[in-house]
Design a protein around this ligand. Structure first.
Ligand SMILES: NC(=O)c1ccc[n+]([C@@H]2O[C@H](COP(=O)([O-])OP(=O)(O)OC[C@H]3O[C@@H](n4cnc5c(N)ncnc54)[C@H](OP(=O)(O)O)[C@@H]3O)[C@@H](O)[C@H]2O)c1
Length: 345
């Protein structure tokens, strides 16, 4: 790529688990990056991230630094409060924001996009595009072809979520506990090694956690079907590599299990791993580092009319966050929605 081609890409939260993965995914997918602009907190200013074999200095995030950085697109992944303050600043400066936090997901004017499921939603964007929650993304990628064929009325999901979904501190806590060290910081409310915790984010007055409510609301927004009903239980498990989900669906029309397998085999972004007799089914140990959503254990649920059970696994840092954000940016490029603005400095 010549120096004047491609796009200036800001990554906000560049030193975090998702931000680092974003930079890796931009490189792997050969996104046309003319200039990488990594931002993090003031603590990280002066450190560097690796991109295409070179160290790129990290800048401390300030409104003026963002306004004048000359980015065409900014991938945000530094938490909801950072996004609430800085995403509108970037959007006002003409930078298209792909925001990985929960800050704007349920805003009716903000598209919530999974490219395999609702790419058309991008067209109405007003400068900020939201990336869904990691657990939601992998579920809707797998359920989309089944919804199109059978009309899903109800979804019951239990998640088994990797510690990497809680960021660096979550990963560090598990590793310290596994190695018998005292963790520097306690990310989870309990020990996570040799344990699991049915509690992700805060509880509401009805006894649901915010993670569960996100899955319910985001799924309905993305599937574009207010008639869909979702019940979710989200659980943190002492696992790295990806999130797993046990999902039961109830459909409007009769479901043929073999046909459902074929639909999943041919669905974009899905890999069917469903040979239980050979002990082959999706597992986070195999999904880590991959971009696809893995589906297996597909079988009839005989307890409801037109019911199906399935098991869904994906790398939460990649398809659940970084890869989905980069795919959105790729769509913006393909649809001519990303301007070729030139860097100021
Ligand atoms: N982990 C996942 O699977 C996942 C999936 C989907 C969405 N997300 C969302 O992605 C975001 C980041 O998650 P993560 O797992 O990467 O967390 P993380 O590993 O804890 O990283 C947080 C990043 O945010 C930066 N940051 C913190 N405060 C900042 C500030 N005031 N100004 C600028 N940068 C700041 C940190 O910079 P320093 O290094 O300087 O502190 C770091 O780069 C969160 O909104 C999370 O909900 C995560």
């Amino acid at each position: 790529m010549k120096d004047d081609q491609g796009f200036a890409v800001a990554v906000v939260g560049a030193t975090g688990m998702v931000g680092r993965t974003m930079i890796q995914v931009l490189e792997e997918r050969r996104f046309p990056v003319r200039r990488l602009l990594p931002f993090a907190s003031a603590r990280s200013a002066g450190t560097a991230v690796l991109f295409r074999g070179k160290e790129v200095p990290v800048a401390g995030l300030t409104e003026s630094a963002l306004r004048t950085c000359g980015a065409d697109v900014a991938l945000f992944s530094a938490g909801a409060s950072v996004s609430r303050q800085f995403s509108p600043v970037a959007a006002q400066a003409g930078i298209i924001v792909v925001d990985n936090s929960s800050a704007f997901r349920m805003d009716p004017d903000t598209p919530l996009v999974v490219p395999e499921v609702n790419p058309g939603a991008l067209r109405g964007h007003r400068g900020i595009i939201a990336n869904p929650n990691c657990s939601t993304i992998q579920m809707v990628v797998a359920l989309k072809p089944l919804h199109d064929a059978y009309g899903i009325n109800r979804i019951v999901v239990a998640t088994y979520q990797s510690v990497t979904g809680a960021g660096r501190r979550g990963y560090d806590q598990l590793m310290a506990e596994v190695e018998g060290r005292h963790p520097d910081t306690q990310k989870f409310p309990h020990r996570i090694a040799l344990n699991l915790i049915p509690h992700i984010d805060e509880f509401d007055e009805n006894g649901n956690t915010r993670e569960e409510t996100k899955m319910v609301r985001e799924t309905v927004k993305i599937m574009g079907d207010p008639g869909s009903r979702v019940a979710a239980t989200c659980v943190r498990v002492p696992v790295t590599g990806g999130h797993s989900e046990a999902v039961n669906i109830e459909c409007a029309r009769p479901v043929d299990v073999q046909q459902a397998r074929e639909l999943l085999r041919n669905a974009p972004g899905v890999v069917l791993v469903d040979e239980p007799e050979k002990a082959r089914y999706p597992m986070p140990a195999d999904a880590g580092g991959r971009d696809e959503v893995f589906v297996g254990r597909v079988r009839r649920d005989p307890t409801v009319p037109n019911g199906l059970s399935l098991w869904i696994v994906s790398d939460n840092l990649r398809k659940g966050a970084a890869t989905n954000a980069v795919q959105i940016a790729e769509r913006l490029v393909a649809d001519g929605l990303l301007g070729n603005r030139r860097a100021a400095g």
